[in-house]
Design a protein around this ligand. Structure first.
Ligand code: DQA
Length: 147
């Protein structure tokens, strides 16, 4: 398996940005831990953070040519706005897990709607940075499960 982790806008500020909602872990710490987990299983993992919608879309479009098997994505504010990023994920048809650090259902009303949840394999929200690790773990369990 080859995992692509995508982080949307403002997630480069993790650690300093509204820690009440988003915790104290930095994005570098999260990415390092994800890479270590994947490496332990002999998997490869690439991550990308961008504040620009088109860069995330380009990364999704390139994913099939790079052999990406699963995507973990925190679309951040694009969760609530981006039909274009949703369409890119639909187009490539690579299974993805949507993650959020905060519980988007316990905040402002506009955060309750996601353009991604109905096409995601699953959604994890409200558990802080653990969302990313739980998502990777969930992919591991699916891949390892005999069917
Ligand atoms: C977020 C929740 C979004 O509503 C917000 O715009 C973010 C981060 C989260 O991880 O909790 O930037 O996706």
């Amino acid at each position: 398996p080859h995992i692509l982790v995508l982080h949307g806008p403002n997630l480069n500020l993790l650690g300093q940005r509204e820690p009440r909602h988003y915790g104290r872990s930095t994005l570098a710490e999260i990415d390092a831990q994800l890479t270590a987990m994947a490496g332990n299983w002999g998997w490869t993992l690439n991550s990308l953070q961008s504040n620009a919608e088109h860069q995330l879309i380009d990364a999704v479009q390139l994913a099939p040519t790079q052999g990406v098997s699963h995507i973990i994505i925190n679309p951040a504010a694009f969760t609530h706005t981006s039909v274009a990023l949703r369409d890119a994920l639909s187009a490539v048809a690579i299974p993805f897990i949507e993650v959020h650090l905060s519980n988007i259902h316990a905040r402002e009303a506009f955060r309750r709607h996601s353009y991604f949840s109905d096409i995601a394999l699953g959604v994890i929200a409200g558990l802080g940075a653990d969302a990313y690790f739980l998502a990777l773990e969930a992919i591991y369990r699916r891949v390892s499960r005999p069917d």
